[in-house]
Design a protein around this ligand. Structure first.
Ligand SMILES: CC(C)(COP(=O)(O)OP(=O)(O)OC[C@H]1O[C@@H](n2cnc3c(N)ncnc32)[C@H](O)[C@@H]1OP(=O)(O)O)[C@@H](O)C(=O)NCCC(=O)NCCS
Length: 197
């Protein structure tokens, strides 16, 4: 079986988005996106409303993170650009790759400028297609918190199905929040856009 090529960072173009490698100049837009309270709360980055309303710090760790995304041989981090405005609106990631089992985890975030226009759905669809059809992954998994029905809806539209439930995945403002594990397999993948749509 051919090895998984995660070192190549592709540019993938859809109707609404271009998914592309990060480049110099993206950092300021990413700081704004990562400062969005919804992004902070729904990705599990913070545990209180007050923390969700704090800004993402632009420190050396973050500078180094985005400067080195294209050098990573074991994961794929792509910027999501809105084709209508050419603006960076989010990121989509395949990480936690198991090269033996040919599995990976997907995560996505879209800032307020990009949300509610189909961008998240297309970014997840294109990345899932790339993972299953081009990289040769057998399965892509992800986790969505129960206080994120929009995220869950997006994953279901693309073809992910629930595989398990975890209570107490996150404590937010002192309240326990569960999470659903979801997955899509190469064998049942309907393509992107879905063949039966
Ligand atoms: C989740 C996220 C990636 C979705 O991207 P998006 O561009 O906003 O989503 P889209 O516009 O493609 O689709 C949203 C879908 O959810 C639906 N939706 C919106 N709010 C909803 C709600 N409260 N309950 C159920 N469905 C909802 C929309 O109607 C749409 O579905 P439709 O096309 O069938 O009408 C984005 O909102 C985001 O990054 N949010 C913050 C961070 C986050 O949640 N990341 C994911 C962590 S698992």
């Amino acid at each position: 079986m051919t090895p998984l090529d995660l070192a190549t960072k592709p540019t993938l173009t859809g109707d609404l988005v271009v998914l592309r490698p990060f480049r110099e100049g993206d950092l300021d837009a990413m700081v704004e996106i990562l400062s969005d309270p919804d992004v902070r709360a729904l990705t599990g980055s913070v545990e209180t409303t007050a923390e969700a309303h704090q800004r993402q710090e632009l420190d050396d760790r973050l500078r180094d993170w985005y400067a080195t995304r294209n050098d990573q041989p074991d994961r794929l981090d792509l910027a999501i650009e809105d084709r209508a405005t050419s603006r960076l609106v989010g990121e989509v990631v395949l990480n936690e790759v198991d090269t033996g089992a040919r599995t990976a985890n997907l995560r996505v975030l879209v800032g307020p400028d990009g949300r509610g226009k189909g961008i998240g759905t297309e970014a997840v669809g294109i990345t899932t297609a790339y993972g299953l059809e081009r990289l040769g992954l057998r399965r892509i998994t992800l986790e969505v918190f129960d206080h994120n029905p929009r995220g869950r809806r997006v994953y279901e539209k693309v073809g992910y199905a629930a595989t398990g439930q975890r209570a107490d995945a996150l404590h937010f403002d002192g309240i326990a929040i569960g999470a659903t594990d979801m997955a899509v397999d190469a064998g049942s993948w309907r393509g992107w856009p879905p063949r039966d749509a």
